[in-house]
Design a protein around this ligand. Structure first.
Ligand code: 5GP
Ligand code: ZN
Length: 113
C-alpha cells in the first residue's frame, strides 16, 4: 500500500524512532508543534479512528497504555500532555493512517482552535 506511515512503520522511510513493539511504532513528528511531539501508529493500516470498532479494543487500549508509558519516558507525564487523534477533514487529519499525537512541554489551549 502506498501509505507514508506504513512505510515509516516498516522502516522503508526513515524516522526518529521512539518505540516499537509487535503492534505499534512511535516516532517524532517531522514538524513538531510542541517541544515534545511524537506520533504512535498501529503497524496495521487503519485509515482513521473511523476504522476502529470494538473488535480492536485490545489494540486501542494498548495504544493508550503506550502513550502513557512514552509520556513517562519523555518526561512529560507530571507536567502534562495532550493526546490527539485528528479524524478526517474537520478533525484536521492530513495523513490517512491512524495516528495518535502526543504533545507536551508547553501549555495547550482549551477549547482547541
Ligand atoms: P495529522 O495532520 O494527520 O493529524 O498529522 C500528521 C502528522 O504527521 C503531522 O503532524 C506531520 O507533521 C507528520 N508527518 C507527515 N509526514 C511525516 C514524515 O514523513 N515523517 C514524520 N516524522 N512525520 C510526518
Ligand atoms: Zn498505512
Amino acid at each position: 500500500m502506498n501509505c507514508i506511515f506504513c512505510k515509516i512503520a516498516s522502516g522503508e522511510i526513515p524516522s526518529k524512532k521512539l518505540f516499537e513493539d509487535e503492534l505499534l511504532f512511535a516516532f517524532y513528528d517531522i514538524q513538531p508543534q510542541a517541544p515534545v511531539h511524537f506520533l504512535i501508529i498501529p503497524k496495521q493500516h487503519f485509515s482513521s479512528l473511523n476504522d476502529i470498532s470494538k473488535e480492536h479494543s485490545g489494540l486501542a487500549g494498548h495504544l493508550l497504555a503506550t502513550a502513557a508509558e512514552l509520556a513517562k519516558k519523555t518526561g512529560i507525564d507530571q507536567s502534562g500532555y495532550r493526546v490527539v487523534l485528528n479524524t478526517n477533514d474537520d478533525g484536521g487529519q492530513s495523513v490517512p493512517h491512524l495516528h495518535a499525537h502526543v504533545l507536551g512541554k508547553r501549555k495547550f489551549l482549551w477549547p482547541p482552535g
